[in-house]
Write a protein that binds this ligand. Structure first.
Ligand SMILES: [Zn+2]
Length: 431
């Protein structure tokens, strides 16, 4: 699987049109992209420096054997080669890897409510500065000071109860239509849906969002593309809907409730579900009717409330499906916790020492970083040897420390050889 995924990345990088004038030099762009990818994949800022040293002393190196870097560019070369590259050139590998996972039936376990895949969409800022900037920065002026930033709308497949989120092609939030009109997350989410909804089977996808997006324009767009939704629905931002729910509570059988006991291993929880069908999302003409549900979780012994939230959805609500819809809605936060948190705080050092660039460098590097994160997730899902090694080594940090040290001092002719070596030394059964 590693080689198939890498071939997909190599294919995309080699397909990038040459932006320099002169002879046949496009392969260096691929080398720059693969070199940066190697740094993110090994979480080793010095990876390329070590491999240059190995090349000098041994005439071979792991950047070439593991990641296909034919000639290792210098850091300034990487910056110069990648800065003009439009990040849309790196969309294809995300989808090729997704299609491979689908073909190999690895996504079956990710099918939840009504057999749909759950895709959580959320924005996060990944760069902020008052000084460093590029032509694609979002600019905000406060107290006569310009603030530059980059935000990405991440899309990840989530599964309740699993910490493995599968990164899909992201949408970058950049100034649109020239630089005066600032983009925003709502537009980015619509662009993502228009661009990607067709990649999923009709009614085979459920989009999960927070309250910011749970409004009619996005719901209409999703339904038009035959995509389901489960979106957080707060009282202060959905006055019409909650007035209707309030009215319906006076009508017998209109708002259903159900309580389920749940033992969490330490104490009993009481999950109380309420739901209503076909309530108006807003006032005015052509109002969309949506289904609504909420859950309140109370600790049984003390009566203390542990959790409460509510959602709107296009899914049918029954006694059987409400708990599934709620579990899916609650899994939305995984985009924050299992994705952004890992990317920002667990060793994927985005900015490294490549700097920010003048055009696209920041977004190209983020795409490569997301791809390296995806590689590790897919290996965890599909490679029993990789799984066994990660399990044996315990904390994430230990695995990456070993990966850094091994690739610094030893040469491996392929990713498989590296895994073989680790399995052997850790006395794990060969897979
Ligand atoms: Zn910028």
């Amino acid at each position: 699987m590693f080689q198939a995924m890498l071939d997909s990345v190599i294919g995309s990088l080699k397909g990038i049109p040459e932006h320099r004038s002169g002879g046949n030099i496009q392969y260096e762009i691929a080398d720059a992209g693969l070199g940066a990818f190697g740094v993110f994949f090994t979480q080793s800022p010095s990876f390329l420096a070590y491999q240059r040293h190995m090349e000098q002393s041994q005439g071979r190196n792991n950047a070439r054997s593991l990641f296909g870097v034919e000639k290792i560019p210098s850091d300034p070369q990487i910056r110069n080669l990648l800065d003009p590259v439009d990040p849309s050139h790196l969309q294809a590998p995300f989808w090729e890897i997704y299609e491979q996972l689908e073909a190999d039936k690895h996504l079956q376990a990710y099918r939840q409510v009504g057999g749909t895949l759950l895709c959580s969409l959320d924005g996060t800022q990944f760069f902020a500065s008052q000084k460093i900037n590029c032509s694609n920065c979002t600019v905000r002026v406060q107290d006569e000071q310009e603030h530059y930033s980059h935000t990405v709308l991440a899309a990840v497949l989530v599964k309740p109860g699993s910490k493995h989120v599968i990164a899909l092609d992201p949408e970058f939030i950049t100034p649109q239509d020239g630089h005066d009109k600032q983009d925003c997350e709502q537009q980015a989410i619509k662009r993502w849906v228009r661009r990607n909804a067709g990649r999923f089977s009709s009614w085979g996808l459920t989009i999960l969002t927070d309250d910011l997006h749970s409004h009619q324009p996005l719901c209409d767009l999703l339904l038009k593309h035959k995509v389901h939704f489960i979106m957080t629905c707060k009282t202060d931002s959905h006055k019409t809907l909650y007035e209707e729910v309030e009215l319906l509570t006076g009508v017998e059988g209109a708002v259903k409730t159900m309580a389920v006991r749940h033992w969490n291993g330490r104490y009993g929880e009481l999950h109380t579900y309420s739901w209503a069908k076909q309530v108006p999302l807003r006032t005015g003409a052509e109002v969309l009717q949506v289904n609504w549900c909420e859950v309140t979780v109370v600790r049984e012994d003390t009566g203390r409330q542990l959790y409460h939230s509510a959602w709107i959805t296009s899914h049918e609500l029954t006694e059987e499906t409400v708990p599934q819809v709620v579990a899916a809605g609650r899994a939305h936060w995984k985009v924050e916790n299992e994705n952004f948190n890992v990317l920002k705080n667990r060793g994927y050092r985005l900015e490294h020492n490549y700097g920010h660039g003048k055009q696209h460098l920041a977004t190209v590097l983020l795409s490569l970083l997301l791809l390296s994160f995806l590689f590790h997730t897919v290996l965890h899902l599909c490679s029993p040897r990789y799984q066994a090694i990660r399990e044996k080594l315990g904390p994430r940090r230990t695995f990456f420390n070993d990966l850094r040290a091994l690739t610094r001092y030893m040469y491996f002719d392929s990713w498989d050889s590296l895994l073989d070596f680790m399995c052997e030394k850790l006395e794990l059964a060969p897979g």
